[in-house]
Design a protein around this ligand. Structure first.
Ligand SMILES: Nc1ncnc2c1ncn2[C@@H]1O[C@H](COP(=O)(O)OP(=O)(O)OP(=O)(O)O)[C@@H](O)[C@H]1O
Ligand SMILES: [Mg+2]
Length: 400
């Protein structure tokens, strides 16, 4: 998008005088020795952004709490950046509204919102020193000159880069450059920090280190963070809550545990961790739940609260039984009458556990993750096996 520009992101004007400290350009300077931030809540209602005939963001409702770390997680093209750009003010929605701390900012220019932003690629000004980069948003906001050096030093120390102020960006590692970008986005003490895949250009080790650093910094400061990523591990590690996006919509919002244990849709089930979907037919319904028949006529009972559907299915309906690979038990031979028979197609050791790929009689492929040395230890490729799972491990989705 042509409108993604770092200068605009940090250029906060002094024209808006709302009475809210966090929307004022001249918000009270931080207490000496630290950066002081009051995280603000964000309310997004019915937000829609259309490009031509396609909706990049489609009717999103989302409440982000003050001081929360919320990630937008979803595959490429799911609308994450578009939503973030509307929060930043670089894009305006076709419909819907955004409020920040109760104030409608839907159509407010980016330079009038007091929001910090960090982009995917290091967006530092290459011709300025680290210190000048961090001072930039303060100058733009006409912070008194005498205050600037002190605030820049505090921001540098916040990201553990004291002593690096005179370097040029080209003299820093990728991780250090992103820390400078974080310092520059927070130096004016915004109540909200938006980050769009800020670590994706870093190698794995540095990325993991920065994940922890950013999370600790956010917790210490209490700033509200909206963090875009398509890396589920990153979202699970860092977030208080995750909004899973698909096709311009929020599919589900929840903690990592909620999304993993109780995914609302097959999309979420498949996107957070790995999930097997075993096709079945509903053969009976009672007050407690549904009974489903799978490949080889094995029958499973799924309690009502584990059927992810607003209405109970009818007899004859297709149901997909979702079960995680690590909750699928495997035994050699056809030993259990209640199990599903299959053949091991492949087996691989991955450190502490092993993966087995099992094909059922109806052609369905099931992945099994099993502890090394466990029951699956002696199972060979091409051998006949029997799969079972605990009732609590299974969820049923309506098939289509
Ligand atoms: N300026 C634009 N003009 C037209 N279509 C756009 C524009 N910006 C985004 N889109 C479309 O909107 C959809 C959502 O794009 P967006 O950049 O928000 O996705 P994303 O989730 O951030 O993806 P990625 O993970 O690849 O960054 C895509 O189909 C994209 O092609
Ligand atoms: Mg994007």
């Amino acid at each position: 998008m042509s409108t993604k520009h770092p200068i605009a992101a940090v250029a906060v004007s002094n024209e808006v005088e709302t009475g809210r400290a966090w929307l004022r350009k001249d918000a009270a300077p931080a207490a000496r020795g630290s950066i002081a931030i009051d995280g603000a809540p964000i309310r997004i209602e019915s937000l829609t952004k259309q490009y031509g005939s396609s909706k990049a963001v489609s009717g999103i409702d989302l409440d982000i709490h003050a001081g929360e770390f919320l990630s937008l997680l979803g595959p490429s093209g799911s609308g994450k950046t578009t939503l973030l750009m509307m929060l930043a003010g670089f894009e305006f929605p076709n419909e819907g509204s955004i409020t920040l701390g109760g104030i409608d900012i839907t159509r407010m220019a980016p330079n009038k919102r007091n929001i910090g932003m960090v982009f995917q690629r290091y967006a530092l000004f290459p011709h300025m020193t680290v210190r000048q980069n961090i001072a930039y948003p303060l100058k733009m906001r006409k912070v008194p000159k005498a205050e600037i050096p002190d605030r820049v030093e505090r921001a540098l120390s916040m990201v553990q880069l004291s002593g690096y102020g005179d370097r040029m960006p080209s003299q820093l590692s990728g991780g250090q450059q992103q820390r400078v970008a974080v310092a520059r986005a927070l130096v004016f003490e915004p109540p909200v920090l938006l980050m769009d895949e800020p670590l994706s250009a870093l190698d794995k080790k540095m990325r993991e280190r920065m994940q922890i650093e950013i999370k600790q910094l956010q917790q210490r400061l209490g700033v509200t963070v909206v963090y875009v990523t398509h890396d589920q591990e990153e979202a699970l590690t860092m977030s208080d809550r995750i909004a899973v996006m698909g096709n311009g919509c929020i599919q589900q919002v929840g903690t990592a545990l909620e999304l993993y244990e109780r995914p609302a849709t097959p999309f979420v089930a498949d996107f957070i961790g790995k999930m097997n979907f075993i096709p079945s037919t509903c053969v009976a319904i009672d007050d407690d739940g549904v009974t489903a028949r799978v490949s080889g006529n094995a029958v499973f009972k799924v309690p009502r609260h584990q059927v992810r559907s607003a209405t109970l299915p009818s007899v004859g309906d297709r149901l997909d039984l979702a079960v995680r690979p690590e909750r699928t038990q495997i035994r050699a031979g056809n030993v259990q009458a209640s199990g599903i028979a299959g053949i091991v197609e492949a087996k691989a050791y991955v450190g502490a556990f092993q993966w087995l790929i099992v094909r059922l009689a109806d052609g369905t492929v099931v992945h099994v993750q099993s502890q090394c040395g466990g029951a699956a230890g002696n199972i060979e490729e091409r051998s006949a096996v029997d799969l079972t799972f605990h009732t609590a491990a299974v969820q049923a989705f309506r098939g289509d």
